[in-house]
Design a protein around this ligand. Sequence first.
Ligand code: 13P
Ligand code: SF4
Length: 317
Amino acid sequence: MLDLRVSSEIDYASEIKRLKKENNAVILAHFYQESEIQDIADVVGDSLELSRKAKSTNADVIVFAGVHFMAETAKILNPDKLVLLPDLTAGCSLADSCPALIFKAFHELHPDHLAITYINCSAEVKALSDIICTSSNAENIIRRIPENQPILFSPDKNLGNYLIKKTGRKMLLWDGSCIVHETFSERKIIELKVQHPEAKIIAHPECEETILRHADFIGSTSKLLRYIAEDNAKNYIVVTEPGILHQMRKLAPWKNFIAAPPEANCSCNECPYMKLNTLEKLYLCMRDKTPQINLSKEIITKALRPIERMLQMSSPA
Ligand code: 13P
Ligand code: SF4
């Protein structure tokens, strides 16, 4: 039986460091994780950087402080390593919006289409895709596909629409979206802009067009971070999951970052899946070596091909 009891006297940070050394483990964390998790991680990054790190690591154990599809990607790239996810129910609404069987049937209706699929999807959907992409490399990948090749882009219709606008490329879109990035209120963002006219609006491309049209800059989490580090404005309205503000404040402590609000009076701009991971669960999963990510050999072999294709086609972010 798994012992879930944790003492309030445990110093999680030092215990996690000890277990990391003892097990030759690496902790990979996404920018949307709680700040205490980001601070203890070996690498904090966006989906592309974390996939690259998962591929190049010499560690025996990969502890993924992120969501399920990210840990699965790490497992696909390292089938012989132990991949741990602090909470197995840390899913993703985009991945959930694209069930493998329906995706397969839809792709079969359009057999001439190249399936370019956002990394926010299950391993089964990856296995049915031709090329995986992230928000950091999607534009470059699409620009490299011959003009006469029809494309099926899944599962994020907002990212898909943004890419159609950016590249001028027609694409057939899957009807999926992120519950977090669709929660932002255009009305409240405009109100904030009125209060802070000098502030720049920066947004993730998973947001809807009604939000993106107000943005001074649109990019993946790592591109947003690079932008605020290199740009000379002092104030920013940040339209993505607010976990990223931790790195923004570390990178540019003299700047002011305002998290864009959701329409309702709730915390729905926080990703409920990312926030399932806590320092306590991180400690427990490293102590007990569970929950583990396990995938069949067949899925790993099939899903690896489009991920490898992505890594070959994308220049460093
Ligand atoms: P990034 O690759 O930009 O970090 O995005 C991941 C994600 O899940 C955004 O919601
Ligand atoms: Fe998925 Fe949205 Fe959470 Fe990103 S923010 S992990 S796309 S639900």
